[in-house]
Design a protein. Structure first.
Length: 369
């Protein structure tokens, strides 16, 4: 087993020890990928990596994944099962091999049927939710993580520029979305971080709108694009709002308010700040404006292997944010039936402040199209 893999598994063994449980279990997803250095699928087939506090790790996996698992370089116990015979015997063999009495799991990721399979194999096994503690290992990004994020963000920004350069009045939101998706892959994306949000006019006032085939963009529209490329396992998440042909006084004032809120969040960002403090700085600007009734969301969320992960940047979350944390700073104002504005940056917290990983201009942009 490589030194890097051993160290990553040791990180989770330490979580188990700190929690006072015998082991931690991971299923395919961001924590699993961090632990083994590769991504795997699960779907309807249980696939579980169990990492004890003081014993070698073991894995239960579908037989069809054995060849791929060999590339991980794992030298712990391997318990495979086949579709034709089911997984009950593999779970029984795994639990007997481990000899544990308590197990911490990812409550937001492990599915109920996997939990039931453990309990059927060992009815007295105590299973607890440790999502927060397990996922916390991902919050402080390594230099390699940050490099992957930079690459994903760079791809996203180049794709955004290509898309804005091609926007024409009369195009549908769906056509603009298709151009954006094509540009992301043309620039080198491995995948999309999520289904892009491309919304104009009254659509931009719905924070999670879907692109419409039957709406043609027109002069004076606000056009909101929220999207990101995925590269090397990491996700970008960027939003820019532009205006087409011209902008009204109201549009200009709303945009300026959102931009000032974004900058207020950056001004308080540094190692040791709390998520509450950042959100309070941002939301206070919006609340003090004439548009306070258009606030609909918190400031942002952590970013990394998942688009939304800890920490969540919101009032009441007094989690202290260390250097190496990456979060989204994405204030917005949305008036239903009118328009919305959101500006989103991906921000790295450093020992002496912050670095905005997003470099795409965020001053008011009016596209002559």
């Amino acid at each position: 087993m490589s030194k890097n893999l051993s160290q990553r598994l040791a990180d989770y063994a330490a979580v188990a020890a700190d929690l006072g449980v015998d082991a931690v279990a991971l299923v395919p997803g961001p924590n699993f990928s961090r632990a083994v250095g590769q991504s795997f699928m699960s779907h309807e087939r249980p696939f579980v990596l169990v990492i004890p506090a003081d014993k070698p790790a073991a894995v239960l996996l579908p037989n069809l994944e054995l060849g791929s698992w060999d590339t991980v370089g794992f030298d712990g116990g391997v318990f495979d099962w086949r579709d034709q015979t089911g997984y009950a015997d593999a779970f029984a063999a795994l639990t007997q091999h481990l000899g544990i009495s308590s197990l911490a799991v990812e409550g937001q990721v492990m599915r109920v049927f996997v939990h039931h399979a453990f309990k059927q194999a060992q009815p007295d096994l105590i299973i607890t939710d440790a999502e927060r503690e397990i996922s916390a290992l991902r919050m402080i990004k390594t230099p390699e993580d940050i490099a992957a994020l930079r690459e994903a963000i760079g791809i996203s920004e180049r794709a955004l520029q290509r898309t804005l350069d091609s926007v024409k009045l009369g195009q549908s939101e769906k056509q603009i979305e298709q151009t954006l998706v094509q540009a992301l892959f043309a620039e080198g994306a491995d995948d999309l971080s999520f289904g892009p949000i491309v919304a104009a006019a009254d659509g931009s006032a719905r924070p999670h709108a879907h692109a419409r085939e039957d709406y043609a963009v027109k002069a004076g529209d606000a056009l909101l694009l929220d999207f990101g490329a995925r590269k090397n396992g990491f996700a970008a998440d960027i939003t820019r709002t532009v205006f087409l042909d011209h902008v009204t006084d109201e549009g200009r004032d709303v945009y300026d308010t959102v931009l000032r809120a974004n900058m207020a969040g950056l001004a308080v960002t540094r190692a040791g700040v709390t998520a509450h403090d950042i959100d309070d700085a941002v939301i206070s600007v919006l609340e003090a404006s004439p548009y306070g009734d258009r606030i609909r969301t918190k400031t942002g969320h952590g970013l990394g292997r998942e688009v939304h992960e800890a920490p969540y940047i919101m009032r009441g979350n007094h989690m202290t944010l260390p250097a190496g944390t990456v979060y989204t700073n994405e204030p917005g104002l949305y008036e239903i039936g009118n328009f919305g504005v959101r500006i989103e940056d991906d921000v790295l917290i450093t020992d002496d402040g912050y670095e905005t990983l997003t470099n795409f201009p965020k001053e008011l942009m009016v596209i002559k199209c």
